[in-house]
Design a protein around this ligand. Sequence first.
Ligand SMILES: [Zn+2]
Length: 568
Amino acid sequence: MKFLKRCIAGTVGIFAMALTLWFWLAQPQSNPDRYILSAGDVITLDENHASGNAVYVEDGIIRAVGDFDALQGAFDVPTYGEGTGIVLPGLIEPHTHPIASAMLGATVNISASTHSDRSSVMTTLRDAADGVMLTPWFVAWGWDPVAVEGMHPPTLAELDAISPDKPMLILTQMLHEAFANSAALTAAGLPLSHGAALHELEEVNKVVAQIPPATDPVVEFLLRRQYQAYASAGFTEIGIAGAVGRHPDPVNLLQRVGNRAQAPVGTHLYLLDDQVTDETDLGAEVNFKVPGVKFWLDGSPFTGGAATAEPYSNSTLVRQQLGLSHNHSAEVLMDENGFYKQALPYHRDGRQIAVHVQGEEAVELALNVFERLQNDAPQPGLRHRLEHNALITSDQLERARDLGVTTGFFVDHITWYGHQLDALFGLERAARYMPLGWAAEYGLTFTLHGDHPATPLDPFQTMETAVTRRGPNGQVVGSEQALTPEQALRAMTLNAAVQLGVEDRLGSISVGKQANFTIVDANPLAVSVDNISDIQVLQTIRNGQIADTRAIAEFTPKMAWRILMSML
Ligand SMILES: [Zn+2]
């Protein structure tokens, strides 16, 4: 009896100690309500040219920018920071997909960002085969025959040798194609004579549908970690281009994770057409906003999906690696009247319309519709969005500007695929691929994005590519389309705030705006342009507080309990 009592006391004691330890560790580092942030330099991008090496913050709002000594003389408040870091306006990622990133982040990574040839990819797959996975399936992601040379498709025998019993699915980087082993084909009801390659999206989805889904609390936890990953990379706000992801209710999930006072980044969510309801909140909440809707007018340039004006090149890459036909070209996914009819109610309601366009034909159709909308139901302040814009022409950019449409460029296509653009589209089109220089010259509001998970979360790599236009082998793609470092930084901060419709409170270090800062170890406007991607994020501050990116901040006892219960 005595022994039992001692055991119980011991257990309770250990439990209490663990809870105390958690309570102590989980406390976020917090800044006082009022403080002076002392820096090496402050890059403000302020329209009144505010400058200095310190910022005075009060209740999450920027109250003054200037010289440290002057601010210290004027305000009797604590100092924060050691006067060394470079303070930038908080970076904004206007086009990303957090749920897909969170889920794919839990698969085996075989992408071009970590592999340079086929044999290293196969080694990674073999090494991972016995590891612990999120689901009973072996799922890998990032097979990339465009970025990595010599990626001939894996055979069924190769995949069965790696994973003889467990169903195995390898998703390509752009997620339009996949490879399955025998167990996975069988689970999806496909005959083994089909072979490993799943070329049609329909087939891919059929196999994906067989993967037992992760439970809701597990997905929520992964998404919370993904939000932290954005903040660690230096982002303070994200634009979600369509609430997509393998979850029964992605909108509710994003609301739960994004709409919290301590969310590491602010959310600007563009819904899919069928997700909009009468109750969809259009309010201007600081943490969570729904500015509008997202549509797709074409697909990925790297799977033959871009609706181009002229056909793809008839290169070996296009014909053999991508398996496309002679003079391949893709159709725009909607006709003009159909898109107009779907877009009109949103336009009338004052909601932004963001539309995926890569080829000239897709851009043209979007611009035609935006012009008709503005003619038929004028909404002077409403800025619709063109997303990606790989092959937008000079004339189309001028038209977009005149219509008040903003353009977001997926410049990391050059980072990862710059060496293949000639083989896809020929020299003339490769030279004007993602034409940032024209956008800057014509005075458009344009932004840069990484479309994570399509490319890694790496804002300073994005910035460097926008400035150098260098592809994977060091070659320069269309040097006349390069930006200056300041134009690139503006595109990733102030312009992005304009694009999201929140420039009154975000995007620059200006008095009265939210105290959102990305603090880095070197000045992107001063370092050699080839070193911009080496810049390290020291800290991300949102609404005056340090974004908490520690796992323990999200792994609360309640969260742990929910995960545990969901797995039983
Ligand atoms: Zn996207």
